[in-house]
Design a protein around this ligand. Structure first.
Ligand code: AHG
Ligand code: MN
Ligand code: MN
Length: 341
């Protein structure tokens, strides 16, 4: 067939990919298909609103603030409610938690409770919405630890290595759904004409070392000297490549990490003198992205320990994040520990 065919080599829909993945596991109940299908449906509804932003009255802020002190945008709220509503009645979940809600989100009493817990950042990078910059949804799934009934805090406050699936959706120049259930990371691009996600990035592997760093360098003056030395190192001529690292920062974590996964390099949001744990939220941002990046062959730490090994103590806790190519994360850690100066 001509190489100019508009279709990828293998025409595989997200749904078929999930079902085939499940069939390869004896005893699978098909629950993941239901869960991931629910999330992808909610994401399409969010995408529909995102693409209308500017035309209808959906841009701008609500008059409310979330627990992290961010003003909630109208689209944050729309995404939050849409995801909850798409997932509350399916019978797979016993509880949910979202960046925009202070407390656990329980399953309505008239629906059954299932064996999984879902955590999500409904709209990541929402500060970028009004400027038409790529934003996304991040999600994370755990198996419940309590036996039955409505889910409790301990079902949600599990370390990231206990995730059984995670993923994100990008609302960018195209819409992408990227997920892992522990067997590689796979990316799907929406064909809007048929409303289907088609496999476009099979088994994403992050390069071992990259040439890009991504951070909000405006915070330099608040960083500890070890961090400042690390960033000076990134700006020096690399003998291997003959040039310094390139700086790229979108300001939507999900998009910055997506690029990092495809091209390699490092993304970091360090702690600083004002915010010792940085800005990012462990449960909704760091853990799912760390799970995916590790699945793609990369690494993620808080500067001291592996992100996925952090025992969370509260729903909305923050944690520093250094994530990306294995070699780059390890160099960052050497600077932070003072091993390298
Ligand atoms: P959210 O929109 O979900 O509140 O997340 C915003 C986060 C993240 O997406 C981004 O990388 C980071 O905030 C940007 O922070 P700075 O503006 O401090 O760089
Ligand atoms: Mn976010
Ligand atoms: Mn958000």
């Amino acid at each position: 067939m001509s190489s100019r065919t508009p279709f990828p080599d293998k025409l595989i829909t997200l749904e078929r990919h999930i079902i085939e993945g499940e069939h390869s596991h004896p005893g699978a109940t098909g629950e993941f298909s239901g869960l991931l299908h629910g999330i992808s449906l909610a994401a399409k509804l969010v995408w529909r609103e995102v693409t209308k932003a500017g035309l209808v009255n959906i841009l701008g802020k609500t008059d409310r603030m979330n627990i992290s002190g961010d003003v909630i945008k109208k689209l944050d709220e729309f995404a939050d409610v849409t995801i909850y509503k798409a997932m509350d009645h399916l019978g797979h979940l016993c509880v949910m938690a979202s960046e925009e809600n202070e407390d656990l989100l329980h399953i309505p009493e008239h629906y059954p409770n299932g064996k999984y817990a879902l955590l999500f950042d409904p709209l990541d990078g929402s500060g970028n919405i009004d400027a038409n910059v790529t934003i996304g949804t991040i999600f994370s799934i755990y198996r419940r630890v309590t036996a039955s009934g409505p889910g409790k805090m301990e079902d949600v406050l599990q370390p990231g290595h206990r995730q059984v699936a995670a993923g994100y959706v990008l609302y960018g120049s195209s819409m992408m759904f990227v997920y892992s259930t522990g067997h590689g990371v796979h990316g799907f691009t929406l064909d809007p004409s048929v409303g289907e996600f088609l496999l476009s990035h099979e088994n994403i592997r992050i390069p071992r070392k990259g040439t890009i760093y991504s951070t909000n360098e405006g915070n330099t003056g608040r960083w500890v000297p070890e961090m400042q030395r690390y960033v000076s190192y990134l700006k020096k001529e690399d003998p291997e490549t003959g040039r310094p690292y390139s700086a790229r920062y979108i300001g939507s974590l999900v998009a910055d990490v997506h690029r990092t996964m495809l091209y390699g390099g490092i993304y970091f949001y360090a702690g600083d003198t004002k915010n010792p744990n940085g800005k990012l939220r462990l449960m909704y941002e760091n853990n799912p992205l760390a799970y995916l990046v590790e699945e793609a062959g990369g690494a993620s730490t808080n500067g001291r320990i592996r992100t996925l090994d952090i025992q969370p103590s509260s729903l909305h806790e923050r944690s520093p994040l250094f994530i990306g190519s294995v070699d780059d994360v390890s160099i960052a850690q050497e600077f932070l520990s003072g091993k390298r100066v």
